[in-house]
Ligand binder design. Sequence first.
Ligand code: HOZ
Length: 428
Amino acid sequence: MTTRFKSDALFAEALNYIPGGVNSPVRAFRAVGGQPFFVHRAQGAHLWDVDGHELIDYVCTWGPAILGHAHRRIIEAIQQTALKGTSFGIPNPLEVTMAKLICSAAPSVKKVRLCNSGTEATMSAIRLARGFTKRDKIIKFAGCYHGHVDSLLVKAGSGALTLGYPDSAGIPPAFTQHTLVLPFNDPDAVRAAFAAHPDQIAGIILEPVPGNSGLWLPRPGYLECLRELTSEYGALLVFDEVMTGFRLAWGGAQERFGITPDLSCFGKIIGGGLPVGAFGGRADIMDCLAPLGPVYQAGTLSGNPLAMAAGITALDELQHSNAYQALETRGQQLETGLVEAARTTGTEVQFNRCGSMFCTYFASQPVRNLEEAMRSDRDKFARFFHGMLEHGVYLAPSQFEAGFLSSAHEASDIEKTIRAAREVFSKI
Ligand code: HOZ
């Protein structure tokens, strides 16, 4: 049993000053038991905790570290940019470069507004969808998570679901009365919602590949159906690509699945590991934002030069390397190995994967929505998580989170992970 004296001491101290000892709930390991470790440093696909243990990292800071940690070019870009100042509160040229990059990667995005987090992006996109359509209702899907936005913290995934609070306290019912929650991958539910409220739905927001209750893939034709229904009823299709953007393809899930949303939200990768968010889409919709239009949105640190420099460098590296091919190859290698390890040990596993995002459910039936995810064996997942950690493999500490690969993961990392999984599967 690995001991983590320094981590344990830090956590005990943190508990005195930070609620739950963490600054984001899922980090507290409540879903899997035990205590979090504290990170000393990270490089490539590996983390070192403060007690000196090395771990293969499949969380990748929940997505941003797609090129691995402490990427040399990104660090240099941050250093060089910081020498010129860290925040101006007035336009800087890097914002224009970043905006052009996002628009060129996702052709559905004609104009984009930069902000500071994925939560800000989805919150602002929803406000904009409502302001543009002059309608109030929003459809979201059970188990999808769009940050901690009041009106979207209904049947939410990620930490909210992990801790059993999918509907947060502190949100007046009036704030969510216009949120319609439907099951994912069920076109009839969406048809029925539009039939019941034909002129009232501003839009649908979704993670096109939901990655906050584990990972589900959209059924063939489902995203197309959402596109058709929103167009038919004059509502907007809003893709939350905070996790999938620049990950599932250069152009995100919308490129991978060939769908053109009206608005898209980004974050994570476009900050190269620094805090960032963005939302963009059709020019006629985006021009409703202040100062051009009546929908207000603002931010002192929006377009922050350090985040822009880090993000631009990350995107440049992604665009001009074979990163996506490498990610696909590693994802396939991991899938093949884990599925085989499960088969040979007689472990019932559903391994869901889309490119470099994945999730292992301990379930006998396919998992394509929240209801099916809830049927998986979460106690077994917790034992799997800790078993893997003992073998030096760090997976997301909750069944209701996706795993992430980086282009820095090497074949040897995947092989070690599969060997560990075989051993852990045989014991849990
Ligand atoms: N909600 C994030 C993952 N889906 C977790 C953020 C964090 O704890 O850093």
